[in-house]
Design a protein around this ligand. Structure first.
Ligand code: DAH
Length: 375
């Protein structure tokens, strides 16, 4: 029979409490708990023997043993709390963050000057009442050339200018649009015809007043040409539209874009198949001293092509040229961005050099707004 004398029980209590208080971690504490209070544990075993005691002994041993069990249970809980908090302290010390260290650099994007210029131009035209139309980059011969009154063997159709896709089994080969002018066709035909399959946005009976910002492609690559570049096309169709409207619109645009009233402009006769008469617009500039200044000096800089929409184009789009006429223009966005922001080399614009982009790029918070200022 186990010794259940008061002395033995005192010893049991002392040993159990020491065992608990000297555990080093949670696993050791759990082992001690099992050894003392588990099913086979020392204290549990003694409690199990109570039935074999005399009633007298049970009266003294029972409460004493229960007391030891409660005491040990409490000691285990206290030890667990102490170990947990020590473990947390150790983790906090180990995982400390040194806030005095320099922060790692953050990757930061910027708005490309071409996109900034494009947004500015669209904002100016929007203020004049133009809406924005878009069309597909992958075009067909009809929209890019034929409907725009290009004669069958016009040089611009030839391989050295145009990126053609391999011809498929059906129809004519697709091509990368060489200008944004096909969106004129898509816009006008939309008002009279079923929409083209890849049609996006716009489309209504004249009056039509749209600008078309977009990417264009030509097989051309040197210091002043890149195979991909950006244009904004303009188209106005209504009754009684004449060259005066064209001139006022473009002169107003140029003054707003360069933010000066001093811009001088001239319209030089030119030829485009889709306009008659056609012109190129030059703005006055000064090239002396190696630096280009807009709006002063005696030199001229060509910035866009324009003209009165050719009656054949209107006919090809189902618009009666005896009722409606209009003007159109197309300008190179990258060129005008370079002029405004003083960017010297066109090829850098598309080299994706992050240092260049960080230098010439714009913050996304500098969204162009004609009322509060452009950039
Ligand atoms: N599409 C012409 C080009 O890329 C630019 C142009 C000239 C557009 C005259 C027009 C226009 O709408 O009327 O060179």
């Amino acid at each position: 029979m186990t010794d259940l004398s008061p002395k033995a029980l005192d010893q049991l209590e002392a040993e159990a409490l020491t065992m608990v208080s000297t555990t080093a971690d949670a696993a050791a504490l759990e082992a001690a708990r099992v050894a003392l209070l588990g099913k086979q544990g020392r204290i549990s075993a003694l409690l199990g023997q109570m039935g074999g005691l005399s009633i007298e002994d049970r009266k003294t041993v029972g409460p004493r043993l229960n007391g030891i069990r409660d005491l040990v249970t409490g000691a285990i809980a206290d030890r667990k709390a102490a170990l947990d908090s020590a473990a947390l302290d150790a983790r906090l010390a180990a995982e400390k963050v040194d806030l005095t260290l320099p922060a790692p650099p953050r990757r930061k994007g910027s708005v490309h000057p071409t996109m900034q210029a494009m947004d500015e131009m669209v904002a100016i035209f929007a203020e004049m009442g133009f809406s924005v139309a878009e069309g597909p980059d992958i075009e067909d011969d009809f929209h890019n050339f034929t409907a725009l009154n290009f004669p069958p063997r016009h040089p611009a159709r030839e391989m050295h200018d145009t990126f053609f896709f391999k011809p498929g089994p059906y129809g004519t080969p697709k091509l990368l649009r060489t200008h944004t002018s096909p969106v004129q066709v898509r816009t006008m035909r939309r008002t009279n015809d079923k929409p083209a399959a890849s049609w996006i946005a716009c489309g209504r009976e004249p009056p039509i007043r749209i600008v078309v910002p977009g990417r264009t492609y030509r097989m051309d690559s040197d210091a002043t040409h890149t195979p991909m570049f950006h244009q904004i096309e303009g188209l106005v169709i209504d009754k009684a539209i004449h060259m005066g409207h064209l001139k006022w619109t473009l002169e107003t645009f140029v003054a707003r874009y360069f933010e000066t009233d001093e811009v001088t402009a001239r319209f030089r006769p030119h030829h485009f198949p889709f306009t008659e008469p056609s012109a190129e617009m030059d703005i006055g500039c000064d090239r002396s001293g190696g630096e280009l200044k807009i709006g002063q000096g005696s030199d001229w800089l060509e910035i866009l092509g324009c003209g009165m929409v050719h009656p054949n184009v209107l006919k090809n789009c189902g618009i009666d040229p005896d009722v409606y006429q209009g003007f159109a223009f197309g300008l190179g966005v990258d060129r005008l961005a370079m002029l405004k922001y003083g960017i010297p080399d066109l090829r850098d614009m598309f080299a994706s050099d992050v240092r260049w982009l960080a230098h010439y790029g714009f913050s996304a918070f500098q969204a162009p707004n004609p009322a509060s200022g452009l950039s």
